[in-house]
Design a binder for this molecule. Structure first.
Ligand code: MN
Length: 179
């Protein structure tokens, strides 16, 4: 099973477990019924932003949709035309309540994130390159070694306006009771 197939079956199983129709799932997540159906049938690869909406709507950690990894080889979530690669560094543990990702953005790419669940806190540490991070409508430029903690329950964006890749770590802390 590849990463896209894993995502498709995970979403389908999750929706069935919750007893949601596609329409109910669309209502929960703010992602259209048509798009959800396409993802479940593996006919479409969602953007990271869309996948976040789905995770938030179902109240599950983002990493639930990423194929489990056996170190040291880690799977990457990088659908076609996707300029953001997300690699989980540790498996999600509900007792700890965080996801920890290594993220790479190609030059010129922009990833706009909708608000995550209330109380979600993000921690970004730039490893290499220069990251533009938009918080509360304002862009901040972060260089290697720079770090930022911010409320993930408001809209925010990541951008690479440079000519080299940017690499950063992102720790997402979920407040309570994600599955
Ligand atoms: Mn985010």
């Amino acid at each position: 099973m590849n990463a896209a197939e894993y995502l498709a079956s995970t979403l389908k199983n999750l929706r069935h477990t919750r007893g949601f129709s596609l329409s109910q799932a669309a209502e929960q997540t703010g992602v259209s019924k048509a798009m959800l159906g396409q993802i479940e049938r593996n006919e479409s690869s969602p953007t990271v932003a869309t996948l976040w909406k789905i995770a938030t709507g179902f109240n599950v950690p983002f990493s639930l949709f990423l194929a489990p990894s056996s170190p040291p080889v880690q799977p990457l979530y990088s659908p076609p035309l996707q300029e953001m690669q997300i690699e989980p560094l540790f498996p999600f543990d509900p007792q700890l309540g965080f996801d920890y990702f290594s993220i790479r953005l190609t030059p010129g790419s922009l990833s706009e994130s909708s608000a995550h669940d209330i109380g979600v806190i993000e921690h970004v540490v730039v490893i290499g390159g220069i990251l533009d991070l938009q918080l509360e409508g304002q862009w901040h430029q972060l260089q290697a070694g720079d770090r930022r903690q911010f409320a993930g329950d408001r809209a925010h964006s990541y951008r690479n306006s440079q000519t080299a890749e940017v690499h950063f770590h992102s720790l997402i802390h979920y407040p309570v009771s994600v599955d």
